[in-house]
Design a protein around this ligand. Structure first.
Ligand SMILES: [Zn+2]
Length: 391
């Protein structure tokens, strides 16, 4: 009898130990994490934890940020003034109303009637579409909410431009000189100077800008798109000078990201992608085979149409106003454009390998003209986008 009782106790202990050591419980236990607004607890959000990862109720977060939700059987649409996004159970991809796609860290789950997402990535997504700002502190186990307060109205009607953040990316820099002309002119110096002039021009037109570099420093290609995405840029403009073995090659061309269709475009991409040989972790970039290409360009694919339009506007304006040979718009696989969550183009302003064009590239007046015409083309593109439906 005693032995039997002992066996039962052992079995009980085993059951308890085993079940508590299971990594993911089938029915997660929710707990509430306080939401703090202006140093006061104003709400609480149902959350649970798996390992080190926190998950939260999406609907409660949206409600706290004064948005609305609308759920279907397997989708949840989150709406804020002027913006909305749809989540699908089982998928980490969120589709925004403007056609872009956002990737969450984990697939969305539906548990006990609650839509659940990994906390940090859903907070980031919500911040991008709502006008208030939420943050999550996993150590303090608290949410902090900064409600949106409208900025004081500017007298200048053009204050709406403040929403249009342009990322200016001067190609190469530091240990990577880019292409070098026969007269010794370095691509990295031309791109930085034109970028600074473009920056000044856009700022004078009330457009916000971020430069990926503002001095002669080396920046990895992938870091440039990270800077752009973190700043929530609206356009990404990468500036370069072309170079070819045939010294006669001359003119301007503009590229957007898509698989190359011509040998010439492939050669230009190969040349610009060469910058990675200055980087420490070169294996970050896998060879752009067809398959890996599709995966890597998924983010940019959403913007292919807009990127092509932007490239067209730039190429047309610049060749008309500057008068260099029009080599047209083309597409190729540029590492620097991969992963940018915005329309992105690469502009080859002239051939540094061509004697006459190198002379032009050295000329301050030419640089200023390129910067201003480029700025003008960007303004036109942004104005057209505002007119387009959905904006
Ligand atoms: Zn370049």
């Amino acid at each position: 009898m005693r032995r039997f009782a002992a066996m039962i106790i052992v079995a009980l202990i085993l059951t308890v130990t085993l079940s508590s050591s299971l990594p993911a419980l089938e029915k997660p236990v929710f707990f509430q994490i306080p939401l703090i607004t202006d140093n006061q607890v104003t709400d609480s959000i149902p959350c649970f934890r798996r390992g080190e990862t926190y998950y939260s109720s999406v609907e409660q977060l949206v409600e706290a940020m004064v948005g609305s939700t609308d759920s279907d059987r397997s989708t949840l649409t989150l709406s804020f003034p002027g913006k909305s996004v749809t989540l699908t159970v089982g998928s980490p991809f969120a589709s925004l109303a403007d056609g872009s796609v956002w990737q969450l860290l984990m697939p969305v789950e539906a548990i006990q009637g609650n839509y659940i997402s990994e906390t940090l990535s859903i907070v980031k997504l919500l911040n991008s579409i709502s006008r208030s700002e939420l943050s999550f502190d996993s150590e303090k186990r608290s949410f902090t909410l900064k409600p949106f307060s409208p900025p004081p109205q500017s007298k200048d009607d053009r204050s709406r431009w403040a929403l249009d953040l342009v990322i200016i990316d001067p190609g190469h820099g530091g240990k990577d000189p880019g292409a070098i002309g026969f007269g010794g002119l370095k691509e990295k110096d031309v791109t930085l100077d034109v970028a600074q002039r473009l920056n000044k021009f856009l700022k004078s037109k009330n457009i916000k800008t971020v430069m990926t570099r503002d001095s002669d420093e080396f920046i990895a290609l992938s870091e440039r798109t990270s800077i752009a995405n973190n700043a929530k840029g609206k356009l990404f403009i990468s500036l370069h000078c072309n170079s070819a073995k045939q010294r006669k090659a001359h003119g301007m061309e503009t590229y957007f990201l898509a698989p190359s269709k011509t040998e010439r475009a492939t050669q230009v991409a190969l040349l610009e992608n060469e910058a990675i040989r200055f980087e420490d972790e070169q294996n970050r970039y896998k060879e752009l085979t067809e398959e890996s290409y599709i995966l890597m360009t998924m983010t940019q694919a959403t913007f292919t149409g807009e990127s092509e339009d932007l490239a067209g506007t730039i190429q047309e304006t610049l060749t008309k106003k500057i008068g260099l040979n029009d080599r047209g718009v083309d597409q190729a696989g540029f590492y620097v454009l991969i992963g940018a969550s915005m329309p992105a183009i690469l502009f080859e302003m002239a051939f540094i390998s061509n004697k006459d064009e190198e002379k032009k590239l050295k000329d301050k007046k030419f640089r200023q003209k390129v910067a201003e015409e480029l700025g003008g083309a960007i303004l036109n593109f942004l104005a057209e986008q505002e007119k387009a439906p959905g904006h």
